[in-house]
Structures are given as C-alpha cells and as structure tokens.
Write a protein that binds this ligand. Structure first.
Ligand code: ADP
Ligand code: ADP
Ligand code: MG
Length: 669
C-alpha cells in the first residue's frame, strides 16, 4: 500500500480524498496556489507544497509543478480529484515515468474516453447505443449549419474536449447553429485550449442518468447502480440522486451491462462514469465517459455503502476489487445538492467574496438518516474568481426518496451562509417543488419550471401560515428579551399572563392572531378559533430559528430588515411585520415607495471582464440586441438590450474588469 498520497487538486475533493487516505493510515500531501495558501485542504493535509500562481493555468494545471511537489514530498501516488489534470493522459504518463502511481485509469483509457468524438466512435464499436449525429470535426460555421440541417433540428453543438457543461449550445434552426458554432468554439478554445466542435441530435425531454463503474487490474469490472442528474442549469448538474426514480430493474441492468462492456473495451481500471441521456421511452444513449471520480459520487456511496476513493486507492495499489457484482446492493435513497456561489435571481451568474458566515447543518449518520456535507471552505474563507464556484455538496440519505427530500429540505433551511451570493434558496425551492417530488424530471426542468429565472414569489397558503406563526413568535421573543434586558422581571411576569391580539403582515396578506403565553411556549389562536402551540429556543442574535409548530419542527433563516423581519424557509423569502391591530391599520395607509428606475442602464450582472462592446454611443438598439460580452468563470455571457433605446454613454472599455452593478452603458429612450 502507498505511504504518501498527494492530491493534485483543491477544495472539497482534495479534502474528500484526504479523509479516506487518513482513515487508511496513508500520509497526505496538499499542493496549493498562492491564492489557496490558507485553504482548508492545505490545513487538512499532513504536508503542503506551495506551487505558486493564481489561476488554474498558473498552478494546478502545470504538470511540472505537480511532479516537483511529488519529488519534494516523496509522495508515491497521486489522486487527481476531478477537473484540472484528472483526465490528462500526458500527466498520467509523466507520473509513470517518474515512478509515481496515478490513482486513476491508464493513459490510453483517458485518451480514448477524454475526447467526446473518439469515445463516441469507440462506444459505437463496443455495441453501446450512441446519440445519432455526425462523428467528425466541423471546420466552420457554414459546415455546422449544413450538418445540423442534415441531422435535423434541434441539435446539440459540442466541444470535443468539453467538460463542466462548457462549450455546448442547443440550436433549433440555421441561425442558431451559425451563432452556436462560433460561441461554442470560442468557449472551447478559452476553456480547454482545443476548439474542435461536433454536432449530434438533441434528445428532447431527456434525463441524464449515469452509471458508476469500478474496475481492477485483474480483469474485474462492476457497476454500482446509477445516478440521476437531470436537474441542471446551463448543462451543469445542480441536484443529483441515486437511485433514479425513472429506472426499472431491467433498464438499470441493460445500462449497467453496456457501461461495463465499454469499460472493458478500453481495459478500464479505477472508478469511472458512463453518462447516458435517456428519453421518455427509456431509450438510452451514450453521452460520454468520465475517466475519474465524479463530483456526485457521494450519492452512490450512500446507497451502496462503498467508499469509492478507498476502492480507487486499493485498485491503484494492485489489489483486487473488494466486491463482486452480486455484492452490490442499493439501499434507500440519496440526494445531493450542489451549493454554488452563484445568484439564481440574476440568471445564475457567479458571485465571489468572503464567507462572512459559513455554518453547515449538523452532519449525522443513523440507521434511518444521513446528513453529509463535503466541503473545502470555512467561515472567513474566500470564494475567488479563479476557480470553480462550488461551495459544498450537501447530501442526505434516508430509507425512501420522500424522506431523503424532506431531510434535504430541512438541512438546506439550516444551512447558515452569508457574504457570498449563493443558490441555497433555489435548492430549497426545488426540494419543495411538486414536480421534483413526483420524480417527473428532465434536463429542462429548471428552464421549464423557472422560465423567467428564479424569483421570490408569494408562498402557498400553508407556508404563509407557517411564516405568520414564525414571525409572531420571533417578534414576541425579541420584545420579551428587550423588556427583560431592562431588568423588568415584574413586568415580564405580568405580560406572560396576558393575551393580546397581533396582526402578522406579509406582503398583501394579513393574519390576525391572539397570543397567549404558556409554561413551555405560546399558543396562537387564529380568527376561526383554531389553536396552534408553538415553542422555540431561539434568542435574539441567532440567525436561524428552529420552531416547533404543533408537533413538527421547522427552520427559518432570519434577515434584519428596516422595521421588519426577513424570513426564509422552504425556498421562500418574505418580509414580515407583526403589529398591534391599531398599528396594522395605520401601516395599511402608508404609501408604497416605487423602486428606482434602473432600466436606462446596462449594469454588469457579475464580477468579470468586458471582452467585447458590440455597440457605440449614438447607436439605436432593439430589445434582445447583443450589447456587450462579459467573461466570468470561463463563461462568455452576452448581455442584451431589455428594451429599445439609444446608447448615450459607455463609461467602460474592452478589457476592463468590473464589479457587480458597475455601469456598462447608459441609454436614453
Ligand atoms: P460532473 O459530470 O462530475 O459534473 P463535469 O464534467 O461537470 O463533471 O466537471 C467536473 C468538475 O470539474 C466541475 O466542477 C467542472 O466545473 C470542473 N471542470 C471540468 N472540466 C474543466 C476544465 N477543463 N477546466 C476547469 N474546470 C473543469
Ligand atoms: P460535459 O462534458 O460538459 O459534462 P456532456 O456531454 O456530458 O458534457 O453533456 C452535459 C449535459 O448536456 C448532459 O447532462 C445533458 O443535460 C446535456 N446534453 C448533452 N448532449 C445532449 C444531447 N445530445 N441531447 C440532449 N441533451 C444533451
Ligand atoms: Mg458530462
């Protein structure tokens, strides 16, 4: 067995590998860029080697630096994690030359599978179903249009070297094929340094279902069930689960058999994932094989009880697989939510900044519930623009899908995070979504269910009632704390005995409640006379309130608002005021302030670089017209005009780095 494993990666996946290595009694080595000198993965490892640089291209992607770090630390094996050099055949060959073991497949398997065009040809030969399309390199936009029309719209234009959902566009007609080719090619070039593009049929109403395979160097290869990853935005996974609510045992087995056949065809060793796109008739087609540990591997670990990193390490050390196909049993249900530093209310644009508060929910592991949080950040840490914007992977497991979703919903409500824009509220909203709960998924789920993006909406009546109760209890406890804070114990005693009427105002809704204090909490009576007993340990200053309402506990996040209380729960964010009936009457008479008119500006929606300005001062623009291109987190974002107008001012230049809400241009009507 290895003595020392170096992880050629950062963030949560480096930490993930370290924890298994440590359990196996293997020493651990971290590498880090200048930006990551204080990162969690560095603190967690037994040793750390600085490789300098800021961007990935200056640090984690430089093979020489990683090899030097291995020499310096005396590591005898390298785990590459995912991303970075994990699917780089040259890296694995270089390590072999240095006598260091690469914990992953052979260079030839990486080469065959790392390229989408090559792997598609290979899988067709191995008898695996592939998406119909053109299996060659497209030379220019005209050819792309011609081939797309031949295949028949809609088509998917893809970068052969693509990954992470980048360099990929759907086209529904010639114009989109033309535009999509250029965009995909330029994104592929900047992200992967490789601009080869191909086209295949876009499978409509598709589900993304993938098979985990695991193989050793003794000819054993098994599959560990599937993961459904259909909840995606921009072709990147957001929520994953295992098993899939869609598969029957026969389809699972057919997919598993094809995945194993493909792995065998390239003499695959280590953990790998064969991704399929599955249509509404349960026809499945090969998408790509990821020759590495997958981001969403924890859901498989939770339903199989297998530590995939441990198996990867053992297999790399020459051991036989610790199990046979017959040993693989899928138990219960697991969900993963990817917590990203991105703002769902601004079209999922990336956010950066310091994690002023980072307090994940309590992790736990019992016979009926597991809460696991894979992360590589800590409170006070920084989410920078240099690397992937993923903050954490929150997973829950329970005996049924419904229970796992309920657990996830609570865990998200308990996740206390501030300082960086994030998608927690959006993830909560998905967990409460009836279509998600019904398991009626497709990769278009987010686009279909949130067509104008994710925005705050009024909660349904049942949730509104919970908010009214929570707001009332929190207001009561705040006022009581304020009173007792002045030492007026006598006064508090008198107040406890009283009942009084309050009105909880949330948006347009007003709930009249009678409040009565009891020994262990309060009882609220609504206008119909229905009583609800409520208790909580919440005290002012705490940012999460766990409130027992009748027999069930609910969690609410608190945000201070001017003369009001901001509360978030179950994917809804509301502003509440709890007033006496007289004050409520007066409040209803207050004029509503109109928000400032920002429509005459084009504001930068995220921190990023202005790469192209597409109009000049004096130009008339039409709604939808592209105005500027901003690059952030390796994505090119085209900013379009929201309405017609004339450009009156452009205070920025191409090449400028902008912050959120910086003015890019101004219009006159
Ligand atoms: P998965 O299917 O496991 O989500 P992806 O292909 O989406 O795998 O990529 C895994 C991770 O690696 C993602 O976080 C993605 O952003 C990152 N990634 C993939 N390819 C690259 C790349 N070439 N450069 C930087 N990050 C990448
Ligand atoms: P990446 O390497 O970026 O992960 P994939 O080829 O795995 O690229 O595709 C990512 C996602 O894009 C898939 O999960 C799926 O949602 C969508 N997708 C890719 N190809 C197709 C297709 N031919 N038809 C429909 N959706 C597709
Ligand atoms: Mg993929």
């Amino acid at each position: 067995m290895f003595k020392k494993i170096l992880v050629a990666n950062r963030g949560e996946i480096a930490c993930r590998v370290f924890s298994t290595a440590r359990r196996m009694g293997i020493r651990t080595v971290a590498i880090h860029s200048d930006v990551d000198a204080e990162a969690v993965h560095v603190k967690m490892a037994d040793e750390a080697v600085s490789i300098g640089g800021k961007t990935a291209a200056e640090s984690y992607l430089i093979i020489d630096k990683v090899v030097d770090a291995c020499r310096q630390s005396g590591a005898d094996a390298v785990h590459p994690g995912y991303g970075f050099l994990s699917e780089n055949a040259e890296f694995s060959e270089r390590l072999a030359k240095e006598g260091i073991t690469f914990i992953g497949p052979s260079a030839s398997a990486i080469l065959c599978m790392g390229d989408k065009i090559t792997s598609k040809k290979l899988s067709a030969e191995a008898g695996v179903n592939t998406v119909p399309g053109f299996m060659g390199i497209i030379k220019d936009a005209e050819e792309c249009v011609k081939i797309s029309a031949d295949i028949g719209y809609p088509v998917m234009i893809k970068a052969s070297a693509g990954g992470g959902g980048k360099g990929m566009r759907i086209a529904w007609n010639d114009a989109e094929a033309l535009e999509g080719f250029e965009r995909s090619r330029s994104e592929a070039k900047s992200s992967f340094g490789d601009d080869r593009i191909f086209v295949e049929k876009f499978i409509t109403q598709p589900r993304h279902i993938e098979i985990q395979v695991m193989a050793d160097s003794h000819g054993n290869c098994i599959y560990l069930g599937e993961r459904e990853c259909s909840i995606q935005r921009r072709n990147q996974k957001v929520v994953e689960e295992a098993p899939s609510p869609f598969l029957d045992e026969a389809t699972r087995q057919a997919m598993g058999d094809q995945a194993v056949a493909l792995a065998r065809a390239v003499d695959y060793v280590s953990a790998g994932t064969v991704e399929f796109i599955v249509d509404s008739q349960k026809q499945f087609y090969f998408l790509e094989m990821n020759t590495r540990l997958q981001v969403e591997h924890p859901v498989t670990e939770l339903i199989t009880g297998v530590d995939l990193v441990e198996q990867m390490i053992r297999v790399a050390a020459g051991e036989k697989l610790g199990m046979t196909q017959g040993d693989v049993k899928l138990t219960g249900w697991a969900i993963e939510s990817r917590l990203y530093a991105e703002d769902p209310k601004r079209n999922f644009l990336p956010s950066i900044g310091r994690l002023g508060r980072y307090r994940p929910p309590q992790t736990l592991s019992t016979a009926e519930h597991v809460v696991r949080n894979d992360t590589g950040v800590e409170e006070g840490g920084e989410i920078s623009m240099y690397y992937d914007p993923m903050i954490a992977k929150l997973c829950t497991w329970s005996t049924t899908r419904e229970a796992a979703i309920d657990d996830m919903s609570r865990a998200l409500d308990q996740f206390d995070l501030m300082g960086v824009g994030n998608n927690l509220q959006f993830l909560s909203s998905i967990m409460k979504h009836p279509r998600f709960r019904a398991g009626d998924l497709s990769t278009a789920f987010i686009d279909e269910e949130y067509p104008d993006g994710f925005h705050d909406t009024d909660p349904p009546a049942e949730t509104m009632a919970l908010f009214a109760v929570a707001a009332t209890v929190i207001t009561e406890r705040s006022q009581r704390a304020a009173v007792s804070g002045h030492g007026a114990a006598v006064l508090r005693g008198r107040q406890d005995a009283a009942t009084r009427d309050v009105v909880a105002i949330i948006g347009q809704s007003q709930t009249r409640l009678t409040v009565r204090s009891t020994a262990d909490g309060i009882v609220l009576q609504d206008e119909s006379g229905k009583e609800t007993s409520v208790s909580t340990d919440w005290t002012p200053g705490q940012t999460i309130a766990t409130i027992q309402i009748d027999d069930k506990e609910h969690d609410f996040k608190l945000y201070p608002r001017v003369a009001a209380l901001g509360l978030e729960h179950g994917g809804y964010l509301i502003k509440a005021q709890v007033l006496s009936p007289r004050k409520a009457e007066l409040a209803a008479l207050m004029p509503i302030k109109a928000p400032a008119d920002l429509s005459k500006f084009l504001l930068c929606p995220m921190p990023g670089l202005v790469t192209t300005l597409m109009v000049n001062v004096g130009d008339s623009v039409e709604p939808g017209q592209p105005l500027a291109m901003v690059e952030a987190m390796k994505m090119e974002n085209v900013l379009q005009a929201e309405k017609a107008g004339i450009v009156s001012r452009i205070p920025v230049f191409e090449g400028d780095s902008l912050m959120v809400d910086d003015i890019i241009m101004e219009f006159e009507a």
